[in-house]
Structures are given as structure tokens and as C-alpha cells.
Write a protein that binds this ligand. Structure first.
Ligand SMILES: [Zn+2]
Length: 65
């Protein structure tokens, strides 16, 4: 494991052809009990389709009140 934070290789198939995808609009992530959600960004292997990482673009909206 490396802890460099930046993924540049698919852990499943070893491909370096990674793409970026996102969920927005109706498929955005919404906090439980909340209204305002956040888009989700993904790093996806464009060879095998494995989702390497996913994160919301607005994490503060998921903070517990
Ligand atoms: Zn892959």
C-alpha cells in the first residue's frame, strides 16, 4: 500500500487508464434528514469499470448537527 493519496493505477486490473465520472442532479448524494445534497465525483478505471474512489464535492453538508 502506498499512502500518497493520488491514485494512478487500478488496484483490480492494474490499468493506468483512469477516468473521472460524477453523479449530479437527481442522483446526487443527499444527507439523511437533509435537503441539500452534493454531487459525487468518481475515479473510475476505464478498462474494467472498477470504481477506485468516490467522494462528495460538498462534505460539509453531511456534518452532523
Ligand atoms: Zn481496472
Amino acid at each position: 500500500m502506498n499512502n500518497q493519496g493520488k491514485v494512478d493505477e487500478c488496484p483490480k486490473c492494474g490499468s493506468r487508464e483512469l477516468g473521472q465520472g460524477r453523479h449530479s442532479g437527481y442522483s446526487a448524494m443527499t444527507p439523511v434528514g437533509g435537503i441539500l445534497g452534493s454531487n459525487i465525483m468518481y475515479t473510475i478505471c476505464s478498462k474494467c469499470g472498477y470504481i477506485i474512489e468516490g467522494y462528495v464535492t460538498n462534505p460539509k453538508r453531511f456534518k452532523k448537527r
